[in-house]
Design a protein. Sequence first.
Length: 271
Amino acid sequence: MDNNELKKHALNVRRNIIEMVYAAQSGHPGGSLGCADILTYLYFEGMNANKDNIGTINRDRFVLSKGHCSPALYGVLKEAGLLDDDIMKFRQLGSKLQGHPNMNYVDGVDMSTGSLGQGLSCAVGMAIANKLDGTDNRIYALCGDGESEEGIIWEALMAACHYKLDNLCVIFDQNGLQIDGDVQDVIGPLPLLEKAQAFGAKVLECDGHDFDSIRNALNLAKQTKGVPTVIIAHTVKGKGVSYMENNYAWHGAAPKEEDYKIAMEDLKEEA
């Protein structure tokens, strides 16, 4: 897909994120905005997942291990025409679009996540199952750099390398911030690159807001044999909304009316 088309889709995904978090007056806009380009690329070009196969197991699968960023997942599923539910009912009583994604309710949500760290372990299990079934389908997992402070992340990566899961691609959304501030000030999980290499993974880096960079990294991941791939995607938390960018205060806060207006103005399509 042309990069300009991808940019337009990503802009709409970001609008979806702001719309639903504002309507709910709760949610996690910062990290969701930051990973919007990565999810846009995956669902519009990188993955074998579409309207015809979304309700089947014969396709690539995506695990949002940082499940609190569900607005990004719902936002891209809606933009791709894979979600029928009304995103404006996000986090509302009776809505299937919960604050953390539930695979039992929403086609296209491949794993229920929310307790940080566990999504990657589930992705490892999916990749092992595909190996046992002899399918060529790939598994993608998006993890947060704050989430990497969970020990289960590294246990999962150790297993992935042990079982030579070259059908697994782990993407670390490295924006440097988490709910309490800079990740290095909280517990210091960096450097992720050298740690992932030490476990035996193929490690790549990309600019998480540049579609050529994302495309190149994911294509190299597909060509990697014998080991899983870890991609360190450098991103900006709150990307696209001026006052949210690089501001951890918007990790889990909803915009009020004036904030909402500014955000939607920031996300207007350029003429």
